[in-house]
Design a protein around this ligand. Structure first.
Ligand code: IMP
Length: 427
């Protein structure tokens, strides 16, 4: 049995796409289990850049089964666009399987995401406005429309009619905007149904069969620990469960089937959207990291907030997901810095705290306790063996491993598949 879950340990954008892509080569099955097209993975293959929002990164290899699990919220328009874009570039999409239990993002979800976000004023979450939150709200309110409904036009029409009645009223009465026409939405979605039909399946059954048959299954987390609905910086979070446990619910497998958890750690911190960020930098170093790392959102193009690496967060992510190995990414972005800081604890009201506080009020007031380490000031992008990394780069990584209590499994020194240093077997 070999099922590995890859998750983000920070606020997303850690470079999971590259790590997943690397591991996908060895996997037989690659699975998305939560989130939707709020995610954005950039993968570079032979100099060709691919931006994926909804489809698993494993799609870039032929012969893999790629699953979009029941825990994912699916915008069919986006899914079809991604399928067609891949086909255009000569990529075989026949291995794609879409869960019949996944919920559909509807046009009213996208509009509600926009108007609800606007109405929050100073309390806005900074959502991607892709309809993710409103779709999960309907799922939990038990009025959502699922992929299996697309295959039953009468069932679909009935659910759409009920939803439109409620949503159009809400949009008009509370937000003062026009809703949607039943026939137009119905026609649009039933057309999507025809195009998606070949991919729709009971993916939980497929996954369990594959695990039983000893195949290598890779679960690809989207977003990250601090955006988890339960374990993140609530309410500045997404509406799903990016932590490793989310894979069980979002894919329909038991916890006993997971053999390894890999936590992706970017060598510094970034965040998009609102919410506290103790190690955020508002100075030249922050700007340097943003420009060197091209830290602008894949999905929205927004400039990301940048800061030093927070070891407390990595430690926290380690225990909420039971991380076995860290995959450290983008080490090369720090190559030019003379000094590097690592947050090892927080100070609050004169007291040292080691745990990540639940209260955002406390969180916004904590002061990071930093250890300052010397930089290495030499390029690392060509390095392929751990021992060849500059001593100060190894010291930085090893100190993070001590602070977080997590072993180092991989180090990435550039976007290419070959720019990867492997220290442990991830399957
Ligand atoms: P939503 O997922 O669109 O509802 O947005 C909720 C929060 O999660 C916002 O702060 C977003 O910026 C953030 N978010 C959602 N997806 C990602 C991602 O893939 N990377 C980083 N942040 C994300």
């Amino acid at each position: 049995m070999s099922a590995t879950v890859v998750i983000g340990t920070q606020w997303g954008d850690e470079g999971k796409g590259k790590i997943v892509d690397y591991l996908a080569e060895k996997a037989d099955v690659v699975v998305r289990y939560q989130g939707g097209n709020n995610a954005g993975h950039t993968v570079v293959v032979d100099g060709q850049e691919f931006k994926l929002h909804l489809l698993p990164s494993g799609m870039l290899y032929s012969g893999k089964i790629c699953v979009v699990g029941n825990g994912v919220v699916v915008d069919p328009q986006v899914m079809l666009q991604e399928i067609k874009a891949m086909q255009k570039k000569g990529i075989d999409t026949s291995g794609l399987r879409l869960s019949n239990r996944a919920h559909l993002i509807m046009p009213y979800h996208r509009l509600l995401d926009e108007v609800e976000e606007e109405s929050r004023g100073d309390h806005k979450i900074g959502t991607t406005k892709r309809g993710i939150g409103p779709c999960y709200m309907d799922k939990n309110a038990r009025c959502g429309i699922r992929v299996c409904d697309l295959l039953e036009p009468e069932e679909f029409s009935e659910k759409l009619a009920r939803n439109l009645e409620a949503k159009n009223h809400l949009l008009k009465a509370v937000y003062g905007v026009e809703g949607f026409d039943f026939e137009t939405v119905k026609k649009e979605y039933l057309e999507y149904a025809q195009q998606l039909r070949p991919y729709i399946a009971d993916t939980s059954a497929i996954l369990n069969d594959n695990i039983k048959a000893g195949k290598k299954v890779l679960f690809e987390g989207a977003q990250a620990t601090l955006l988890d609905l339960d374990h993140g910086t609530y309410p500045y979070v997404t509406s799903s469960h990016p932590i490793a446990g989310g894979a069980c619910i979002g894919a329909g497998i038991g916890p006993t089937k997971i053999s390894k958890v890999v936590g992706v750690v970017k060598a510094y911190s970034t965040r998009v959207g609102e919410g506290p960020f103790p190690t955020e930098l508002h100075d030249e170093v922050g700007n340097h990291i943003r420009e060197e790392g091209h830290e602008y959102g894949t999905t929205t193009g927004r400039p990301r907030r940048c800061g030093w690496l927070d070891g407390c967060i990595v430690r926290y992510a380690g225990y909420v997901s039971g991380i076995d190995y860290m995959a450290i990414t983008r080490l090369d972005i720090l190559d030019k810095l003379p000094k590097i800081k690592l947050c090892v604890a927080y100070k609050y009201n004169g007291q040292i705290i080691n745990e990540y506080p639940a209260s955002l009020n406390v969180m916004s007031k904590v002061e990071p306790v930093y250890e300052e380490l010397p930089g290495w000031q030499e390029p690392t992008t060509h390095i392929r063996a751990y021992q060849d990394l500059p001593l100060n780069a190894r010291r930085y990584i090893e100190r993070l491993s001590e602070v977080s209590g997590i072993a180092i499994g991989m180090v990435s020194v550039g976007p290419g598949r070959e720019q990867t240093i492997i220290l442990a077997d991830m399957f």
